[in-house]
Write a protein that binds this ligand. Sequence first.
Ligand code: 5AD
Ligand code: FES
Length: 360
Amino acid sequence: MKKIQEILAQDSFSKEDLIGLLNAEGEDRTLLFKESQTRKEKEVGKKVFFRGLVEFSNICSKDCLYCGIRKSNQYVFRYEATDEEILDACLFAWKNRFASVVLQSGELSSPAFVDRVDGLLKKIKQLSNNELGITLSCGEQSRETYLRWKESGAHRYLLRIESSNQDLYYKIHPKNERHSFDRRLEALRLLRETGYQVGTGVMVGLPFQTMEDLANDLLFFKEMDIDMCGMGPYIEHEHTPLFEHKDGLKTRQYRFDLTLRMIATLRLLMPDINIAAATALQAIDPAGREKALAIGANVIMPNLTPCDYRKEYKLYDDKPCMDEDAELCKNCMEARIEIAGSEIGYDEWGDSKHFFKRSK
Ligand code: 5AD
Ligand code: FES
């Protein structure tokens, strides 16, 4: 087996190399994290970029087996934030120099939903003097819809592949036309074609997931030439079908640490992309997101969802920041980032450097 120093000195990595990095422990793990942080600073700088997250509706047509807001979960009160609430949250982001927002929701594709998002995009642009950058995270849509939303002001889109292993994908999603792996892949291609900066990602520590799966996920990101990535630990949710596999899971701490190693390894594999410090990290460790920022991530998404709705947007158990309003959350996050030794990229969109290199 190769030594970790040998792998870290390379500029391309085989699947075996990636598995070696993902398994790094003790001194090796420290070396990996040092290298990924150095690489990050060299390629994308020291700044952390804020994306104010607005979870504007939890109404969802999908039934993913892991997700707390899946259609069949009867315990969830379904909400749709009003335009005023959404625009207020965006105004807060703009006034506080966040520069970008993420609009996230359950997946719907009705004409009414598509129109609503379209209208919101235009209003957000208007209220912010065209300044706020807008990322969407509203699931699989048609080419026409993606184009329309792009023209109305969205320029980045997040759609996690969840797992690039088709067999595993179908173990964590119902087997029906609404949950097709191929359609998910097609949606990612359409997003690229229609000109978005494309973000994807996976959950780490899923039942049935192997180290080889995770190494393949990293190779998948490379192959898809993605611009942004968000990866978080899988966290079981009591009111979902996947909960029955909870006894077969690795410990939460292990899933947490493996996510950090995934982030660090991805930073070495794709040094100039944007990598988010996922909120799910903080469900396990109170300083989880800051730890991710210290080993390779460069984006964080402070939650701006109106407080009353937050408890209904619980994708997993123990989701953090349930009561803190936007102001509190901002102050808390600033303090945490300073402690982690980074600066905040206020007033900057903080776009993916990788995207612009490709489009030159
Ligand atoms: N644990 C961790 N992440 C989850 N997500 C959904 N459910 C869970 C869970 N139980 C993630 C998915 C989705 C993103 C919005 O939240 O990866 O793409
Ligand atoms: Fe949200 Fe601290 S980051 S309250």
